[in-house]
Design a protein around this ligand. Structure first.
Ligand code: APR
Length: 175
């Protein structure tokens, strides 16, 4: 059974998957963007659990329950803030996907959805971020196909088109 990758438009807080990934900040105590949407939808118990985690470093990931969300779990990862591309941003962003996938597999997750990490408040150029996301995920799947479904959930058309282009580009380079 190989892992299926989907690129969809939508609101990640509505997805009934084993885990959704949150584009958090190092405090893990909530914020705006998808972080704010997830905390609002999950409810106050999420913040209470996040307070016990002691924060999270950029490129790393930590997991909580999903509480009032349809998803069972939330994997919180901290993307790099875009600083021109000269501060290891691609490596740190790739690590967000790899760390989240590793944590998911370690906890028996079979279906996982990612937002476009770092593509909002953190200002990462969307086309570049999408290529990093697809490439890092495919690299991970070369070593582990225990996941059944990975969904890249795009909140707007520009992100959606960037992910579709990134997937096509990655297909071509893989040949
Ligand atoms: N579902 C899916 N994607 C969403 C949703 C949602 N409900 N809401 C926003 N997004 C998208 C944004 O449109 C963007 O494409 O998630 C992507 C990531 O944007 P941000 O949420 O701004 O995250 P990021 O750029 O990683 O910045 C993280 O912002 O919210 C704060 O606390 C957070 O400090 C941290 C920073």
């Amino acid at each position: 059974m190989s892992t299926e990758i989907f690129i969809d438009r939508g609101d990640i807080t509505t997805l009934k998957v084993d885990a959704i990934v949150n584009a958090a900040n190092a405090s893990l105590l909530g914020g705006s963007g998808v972080d704010g949407a997830i905390h609002r939808a999950a409810g106050r118990e999420l913040l209470a659990e996040c307070r016990t985690l002691g924060g999270c470093s950029t490129g790393q990931a930590k997991m909580t329950q999903g509480y009032a969300l349809p998803a069972k779990f939330i994997i919180h990862t901290v993307g790099p803030r875009w600083r021109g591309g000269t501060h290891e941003e691609p490596k740190l962003l790739a690590s967000c996907y790899t760390s989240s996938l590793q944590l998911a597999v370690a906890n028996g997750v079979k279906s996982i959805a990612f937002p476009a990490i770092s593509c909002g408040v953190y200002g990462y150029p969307i086309e570049q971020a999408a290529r990093v996301a697809i490439s890092a995920t495919r690299e991970f799947l070369k070593c582990d196909n225990s996941l059944e479904k990975i969904i890249f959930t795009c909140f707007d058309d520009r992100v959606y088109r960037a992910y579709l282009d990134a997937e096509r580009t990655d297909d071509r380079t893989d040949r």
